[in-house]
Design a protein around this ligand. Sequence first.
Ligand SMILES: [Zn+2]
Length: 92
Amino acid sequence: MIAIIVPFFVAWWIASDAKKRGYTQGQIIGWFLGVWFLLIVFLPLYLILRSRSAKPTRPATGPGVCPYCGNLFQGKVTYCPYCGQKLEDDSL
Ligand SMILES: [Zn+2]
């Protein structure tokens, strides 16, 4: 009995946590069922994926390096201030 109830509450916690993080309804149900039936597999997996997705992909602004002349520049610039080459700031 306890082997069903304990994973159920852990799955419930993960479902509410996933909801707060903007997961879709299908993903929440998938995680809920996965943790409930295979707690030992899906709980560590969720915690790994959660900590990974919590980090921002990259800083919005910061120092960059011109791929043409190699000089450092600050912030988001469209053209290199040193050599004047156009920088693809969206694909960095
Ligand atoms: Zn340059």
